[in-house]
Design a protein around this ligand. Structure first.
Ligand code: ADP
Ligand code: MN
Ligand code: MN
Ligand code: MN
Length: 356
């Protein structure tokens, strides 16, 4: 018999940006490899996570995505959970349940794949990592994809995080140092491995698990990762969560460019609805500067990093592939971003009428 430590991880009710919580359950089992379906539900005190009141505080954790725990040993697991009300319905903070529904209601039929580029900023106390105690580092320029002790800060944590994602079985695609010193990016999603599903639910689950691992490993270094979309005001790049998206038709050489153009038209019509769920204080980042389009504008273009939606140059050249939505902020909830994209592109939602 194995006694496994299973870390139940869930998304809380913190407003305006939800955060992660976790607690550990010891699970006895006779199996070599557990699955999410093997795990019992568990309850927690929702009054301590902004999800319930004190006199009716018990909420339910339902494990939905299980990976190996790369930090504890091989019999231990990380279990991402949905939060349910006592009657078993999804709690209002549970955005995953809506994405699952949107996928059932037509999304799946178009076989969407997704990939997130998660930017984040490492902090040592109140300053970004590598910044002087007072004032600013040298202006941006040498830091993006840089190398060297004077240009790159926090690589040891970043490398441990990448290995932890791979050991867990999370669909890590790659990583890089970003334009602002102390800022980094990792990508999660489609990476051309046939045995994996890059569907929006799985990839969004993996992004939340990768975020948890980043915070958890940061504890070892006394470094905290922050997802604020504009961690430093002024002439410094913000932090985004570019979201790459394709449907079967977009990936088909016969229909690719036509399907990508149709998707961009649909996205333009629902620009405001998308912006509304792309993260708190997005206006601080989408200024029209620092590789963004202004929040009140919708611009699409090939290879254009000042656009809202970019068609990567290689995609335009070959005539099929995917598009990149550059609008989401680093702090956006991947379930909400994915659900909007599936609704707009796959379910062909009409633009909501403006209320007079
Ligand atoms: P950028 O050039 O914008 O920095 P990255 O190399 O950081 O792009 O990330 C590329 C992203 O595109 C990854 O998240 C990857 O999963 C995603 N991606 C690649 N191909 C597809 C596809 N066909 N459909 C959806 N996403 C894709
Ligand atoms: Mn990138
Ligand atoms: Mn980036
Ligand atoms: Mn990008």
């Amino acid at each position: 018999m194995n006694l496994s430590q299973v870390t139940y991880i869930w998304i809380d009710g913190t407003s305006p940006t939800q955060t992660l919580r976790s607690k550990v359950k010891i699970v006895a089992n006779n199996k070599k490899e557990l699955t999410a379906a093997d795990l019992p539900q568990w309850s927690f005190d929702g009054s301590s996570t902004y999800q319930a009141t004190g006199h009716d505080s018990d909420l339910i954790l339902q494990p939905v995505c299980l990976v190996r725990d790369p930090i504890l040993d091989e019999n231990n697991y990380l279990a991402l959970c949905e939060v349910l009300n006592p009657d078993g319905t999804p709690h209002e903070s549970n955005k995953r349940a809506h994405l699952v529904k949107v996928m059932e209601q037509g999304g799946k039929a178009q076989d969407p794949w997704i990939g997130f580029e998660q930017e984040y900023t490492l902090f040592n106390g109140t300053q970004p990592l590598g910044w002087p105690d007072r004032g600013y580092p040298a202006p941006q320029g040498p830091f993006y994809c840089g190398v060297g002790a004077d240009e790159v800060f926090g690589r040891e944590l970043v490398e441990q995080h990448a290995q932890a994602c791979l050991d867990a079985g999370i669909m890590l695609y790659g990583l890089n140092a970003e334009v602002m010193p102390g800022q980094w990016e990792f990508q999660i999603g489609y990476r051309g491995v046939d045995s994996e599903s890059a569907d929006p639910v799985t990839v969004s689950d993996h992004l939340w698990l990768a975020r948890w691992l980043l915070y958890r490993l940061g504890e070892e270094f006394g470094i905290s990762a922050k997802l604020h979309p504009k961690p430093v005001k002024g002439d410094w790049n913000g932090a985004g969560k570019h979201t790459n998206f394709s449907t079967r038709a977009m990936r088909d050489p016969k229909t690719g460019m036509q399907a990508i153009d149709a998707a961009i038209k649909a996205l333009e019509l629902r620009h405001k609805e998308h912006i509304a769920v792309y993260g708190h204080e997005l206006e601080l980042r989408l200024t029209g500067k620092h590789e963004t389009a202004h929040m009140n504008q919708f611009i699409a273009g090939v290879g254009n990093r000042g656009a809202s939606v970019r068609i990567p140059r290689p995609v335009a050249n070959q005539g099929y592939g995917y598009l990149e939505d550059r609008r989401p902020g680093a702090n956006a909830n991947p379930y909400e971003v994915a659900a909007m994209l599936v609704e707009t592109i796959c379910n062909n939602q009409p633009a909501k009428k403006e209320v007079a």
